[in-house]
Design a protein around this ligand. Sequence first.
Ligand SMILES: NC(=O)c1ccc[n+]([C@@H]2O[C@H](COP(=O)([O-])OP(=O)(O)OC[C@H]3O[C@@H](n4cnc5c(N)ncnc54)[C@H](O)[C@@H]3O)[C@@H](O)[C@H]2O)c1
Length: 447
Amino acid sequence: MNEPSIIPVNRRSFLRRSGGILSGVALAGALDPARYAHGASTSEELKIALVGCGGRGSGAASQALNTNGLGPVKLVAMADVFEDRLQGALSNLSKQHKDHVKVDKESQFIGFDAYKKAIAMADVVILTTPPGFRPMMFEEAIAQGKHVFMEKPVATDAAGVNRVLAAAKIAKEKNLKVGVGLQRHHSKGYIETIKRIHDGAIGDITSARCYWNGATPWLKKRADLEKAAGRKLTEMEYQMRNWYYFSWICGDHIVEQHIHNIDVINWVKKGFPVKASGMGGCEVRKGEDYGEIFDHHAVEFEYADGSRCSSFCRHIVGCWNSVSEHVVGTKGKSSVDRHVISPTGGDAWRFDARGEKDAYQVEHDDLFDAIRNNKEYNEAELGAMSTATAILGREATYSGVEVEMAAFLKRSRSIFPPNLAWDADMPVKPGKDGIYPRAVPGQYKPV
Ligand SMILES: NC(=O)c1ccc[n+]([C@@H]2O[C@H](COP(=O)([O-])OP(=O)(O)OC[C@H]3O[C@@H](n4cnc5c(N)ncnc54)[C@H](O)[C@@H]3O)[C@@H](O)[C@H]2O)c1
């Protein structure tokens, strides 16, 4: 495949890819849209499959079903590796959307290859497993000719990013619509603020800062899981339940959460960093249930024009918290997350976000509108490159060396387990003391 552009792209193509502004022009010259894609039909029922039936999967499925006003939709299949997760989501969704959920026993699929069967039953597929599985599932959905909504991040290593980029290209050729859960691209406040920045309100952007500093999202302790199960868990089973703490499946929190803020800076910069350096570690969140990820990362990203972004993310209670993005230009500054623009010596502008529709819903409204009206819509490359940026940051903090995007994208070593089975020999295992080894800067070799 062609190497993706890592230099700033022009504004129009970036906005088009970002989904921030839809062109409204039907895609011309792709393969026969009638063969692969729905178009110009508000009466046709769109069948939806949910793969990964957890918290976000339930939310995304609900938002997809809320698009019923644009034309009929039905949830027809669900897949998960764990029966309890699938049944929990099915029960909630059936209560919320009883006329639009029809997932019989034969359409409930459990196991590592369950996704293939659920995808086969649908027109639109929602991929909301942990991110390590995204590349293989996105590839499968596109191979089967399905429209996709997939959550961010879309991979956990360079090999996965490249698989997503390759499938994104095929999706475009097949005229399949792809949404990625970087919902800030569907928030009017972000869209209007960044539009003004791109129109020159604060001049050229010379530096940026972004943060995801907060608390640990959740933890599943092995002892609690084993008590509930009444037996010992295999290592794969434990890592799948407590997935947040393992890089192969989660990516680390710089990838899993901080991607949102890093992606906003990419959006403002209309491109992706060319290199990153950083430092990080695990200072507080230690112990046998906290896997291998760090609890803090500090990265300096450098863009092609020499401007830099400092990015911090931390999961430590009792510290300064912020989830935000800020940029400084030659003629002013902006707190992008607060939708404020402050030109030097001029009056500040602020977007009034009161009454703004929830971006989680808008991203589904936009995707289903694109499917029904055959509008150009493919956020997969954007999602892949913002995922790549966040992974580049992780590789910088794990290794302690400067890492370059061009070299990163050429790497092919996967951190994913070669064998997906409950009794698989896992590449990451705890030591004799029950503690998982973590990357040691200065010794770790970037993947
Ligand atoms: N855009 C956002 O703001 C946002 C918010 C929350 C979560 N997310 C993303 O959504 C994704 C899921 O997060 P979550 O909070 O719902 O996690 P979760 O643990 O609640 O749900 C994940 C589900 O996927 C299932 N699963 C795991 N591996 C699977 C496989 N191989 N096949 C089928 N099912 C599998 C799990 O059993 C679980 O039910 C993550 O990528 C996360 O980053 C995005």
